[in-house]
Design a binder for this molecule. Structure first.
Ligand code: IPE
Ligand code: IPE
Ligand code: MG
Length: 279
């Protein structure tokens, strides 16, 4: 499908996408390239982070309009704490400001805010603002926006194993109960389905310790745009690309088009989940 550049009202292009295939239920994004965007313009790195907030606003709004159910944004990784102190501090101030400035708009748009990561390591005022936003939006029925903050996939899995160990020791959990579904239920992302589409901006070909368990069968899309220039037009391109993929989950093409006894064709992910939970 050829995508024209979204102008004034992009409703037609959204309608076209909804008609042309499945809209990913869950999109996860590694928002990368803020520093390089700024450098290219002779600006300090923080200017790129600031402009990145405008991309977040645009992408959240477009996802809500398209009917995406979950959007996970990798905003700050466990490893990002190793950046120069000045940059970390500016990023935390910007996060606080963005949460304050955007809260009402998100709420009006029926967004439900969530966070994953080691939230207790964030500055107290950021934690307070975040928890306040989560509480305020908890009954909203629109897009679920999940901010990954002080998050890494290895942190998540390590945490899960440690809690499983505690539960085994206290007798709540038995070794025989350990299945893929059970491990999933110990992760911080337990309430959300696995991402269907993982987008990384700025052309980098790596996962950088994001949702390493959850993306086992996500479709990957690498955009050459730096995050501050990644807007809804680029999002639509990634979704159109996603719609051209065949998600086989280890099977062969013919199986995807056959019907279950109910007569209902079972979509790839549902088949994958069913087969993954088999003993
Ligand atoms: C992504 O942009 C934002 C964060 C990781 C917080 P970067 O800051 O990584 O920008 P580049 O990759 O150095 O250009
Ligand atoms: C990944 O970007 C983390 C976030 C986008 C929050 P990085 O810029 O930290 O990743 P690397 O260091 O290039 O792998
Ligand atoms: Mg980067």
């Amino acid at each position: 499908m050829a995508l024209e550049k979204a102008t004034g009202s992009d409703r037609p292009i959204q309608d076209q996408l909804v008609k042309s295939g499945d809209i990913p239920r869950h999109i996860a994004i590694i928002m990368d390239g803020n520093g390089r965007w700024a450098q290219k313009r002779g600006l300090p790195r923080i200017a790129g982070h600031r402009e990145g907030v405008n991309s977040v606003r645009d992408i959240v709004e477009a996802c809500g309009q398209l009917g995406v159910r979950y959007l996970t944004l990798y905003a700050f990784s466990t490893e990002n704490w190793k950046r120069p102190r000045e940059e970390v501090s500016l990023l935390m101030r910007l996060l606080l400001k963005a949460l304050r400035d955007e809260k009402d708009r998100l709420h009006q748009n029926e967004v439900q805010l969530k966070a994953v990561g080691d939230i207790s390591t964030l500055p107290q005022d950021v934690q307070d603002e975040l928890l306040d936003g989560i509480e305020k939006m908890k009954n909203n029925k629109g897009l679920t926006l999940i901010l990954a903050l002080s998050y890494s996939g290895r942190w998540d899995i390590t945490n899960a194993i440690s809690r499983m160990y505690d539960d085994i020791r206290s007798g709540v959990l038995k070794k025989e109960q350990i299945t893929q579904d059970l491990i999933t239920s110990y992760l911080s992302t337990r309430d959300f389905p696995d991402p269907d589409l993982l987008v990384r901006t700025s052309g980098e070909l790596r996962i950088s310790n994001f949702l390493i368990w959850q993306i086992a069968y996500s479709e990957l899309f690498i955009s050459q745009e730096y995050w501050p220039s990644f807007r809804r037009t680029q999002l639509y391109e990634s979704i159109a690309d996603f719609q051209r993929r065949e998600r086989r989950f280890g099977m062969v093409s013919e199986q995807l088009h056959s019907s279950e006894p109910t007569g209902e064709p079972l979509r790839g992910m549902e088949r994958f989940v069913k087969s993954a939970s088999k003993p």
